[in-house]
Design a protein around this ligand. Structure first.
Ligand SMILES: [Zn+2]
Ligand SMILES: [Zn+2]
Length: 399
């Protein structure tokens, strides 16, 4: 009888206890499906060992082992179907030379269009309220001083929105907090400071001279620029993936780059830096990838809209694809009906999935390792959708 324990490796991708727990889960799963004739232990050690060997960090180990367990459950422990844990069966299909008719792809996409009520529940403006025709309310929002005191979304300090450009001290953590199972404490991903730390750095690892905010309601958003309903624009039945990068300005959270990619040709059909209405406070360069907004290399918001809202780009008939696209459409101030959102379609348990995880999981694409790139994100979103629906990934000519 072999002792069931993680195989020794020169470089351990994860602590022994974590590997041991994964191994036990693999054994239990194999036994549950009676997938092996009594040698579940050694088969589990082999499978877990493979995962550990190909994982370069504890994060990738966690990811790869969860994929292994998921695949085991999906195939009811039929090991021969899991030749490479972490590489989905769908990749085999999309990697082949087969092609699909455009009409078939459109049919498949039609089946995953998100319903209006679901869009509304996920923060999309579906045009339910008449947002642009309430001048009194808009005036109230602009002049009522109660609305001017808001909490900074980075450091939670209350501040006067109208004084946002006066110097302040905003201390915050760049990334979110996560729970560390080993230390049983909250830990900031950015700098490793813990919630119980008494160090000065626990208050935040970055300091900026201004607080920041983002408009919470469609009414507030409409005070900066009105929403436009695309149903009034006639045009081609096209399919487009889009992604925006945003920055903090004196007027809140605004779009600074827009990229639109054609679903069928994978060609970038629009990509431009866009000037925000407010004064820039933070370009979020480490995420947005935008380091400067030069007048000569950018366009105004209105010029951008006049170029993208048209017969052969975004119109009433367009199917728009994005990941968590409510953010993009809200900064674009667009109300659109035909939407496919991969964050809604492919959630992670009760949470929204991140595009980074989804792209890696579904199409083995590594994105957002450094700065975000809206063209890369738009393409990754499209690839995820194609792979999930069985639409050939690399087909660029359609009949
Ligand atoms: Zn930090
Ligand atoms: Zn702040």
């Amino acid at each position: 009888m072999v002792t069931i324990r993680p195989v020794d490796l020169k470089v351990q991708p994860a602590p022994y206890q974590i590997r041991y727990n994964v191994l036990q889960k693999v054994v239990k799963t194999l036994e549950k499906f009676e997938a092996t004739s009594g040698n579940a232990g050694s088969r589990a050690m082999e499978l877990e060992g493979n995962v550990a060997r190909k994982s370069g960090s504890s994060q990738s180990y966690r990811f790869n082992s969860s994929v292994l367990l998921r695949d085991l459950i999906k195939t009811k422990g039929k090991l021969e179907e899991i030749e490479a844990p972490g590489v989905r069966a769908v990749n085999k299909r999309s990697g082949s030379r087969e092609t699909m008719a455009r009409s078939n792809a459109i049919k498949l996409l039609g089946k995953v269009l998100i319903e209006k009520s679901v869009l509304a529940a996920n923060g999309y403006n579906t045009g339910a309220a008449d947002l642009n025709s309430n001048p009194d309310r808009t005036l109230d929002l602009l002049t009522n001083s109660d609305h001017n005191y808001i909490s900074c979304i980075r450091c939670n300090t209350k501040f006067d929105k109208l004084q946002i450009l006066s110097p302040a001290t905003c201390r915050f953590h760049v990334q979110r907090k996560r729970y560390n199972r080993e230390t049983r404490e909250g830990e900031y991903v950015c700098c490793g400071e813990t919630t119980s730390s008494t160090s000065f750095l626990a208050l935040g690892c970055k300091t900026m001279p201004h607080h920041v905010f983002r408009a919470e309601t469609f009414e507030e958003m409409a005070t900066i620029s009105v929403f436009r309903d695309t149903s009034y624009i006639d045009g081609d039945h096209n399919v487009l993936a889009l992604d925006c990068e945003m920055a903090f300005t004196s007027l809140g959270y605004e779009m600074i780059r827009l990229t639109i990619v054609d679903f069928f040709t994978s060609k970038i059909v629009f990509d431009s830096i866009v000037q925000p209405f407010g004064q820039v406070i933070d370009l979020n360069s480490e995420f947005s990838g935008v380091h400067a907004i030069e007048k000569s290399e950018s366009m105004t918001f209105d010029k951008m809209l006049s170029q993208v809202l048209c017969k052969n780009m975004i119109n009433a008939n367009s199917v728009l694809i994005g990941h968590g696209m409510e953010n993009d459409l809200n900064v674009l101030r667009l109300i659109h009906k035909k939407i496919i959102d991969t964050a809604i379609l492919y959630p992670r348990g009760k949470f929204k999935s991140s595009l980074k995880d989804l792209a890696f999981e579904v199409v083995s694409k590594r994105i957002q390792n450094g700065e975000h790139d809206s063209s890369e994100d738009a393409i990754a979103t499209m690839c995820v959708l194609k792979a999930k629906l069985g639409i050939p990934l690399h087909q660029t000519v359609w009949s």
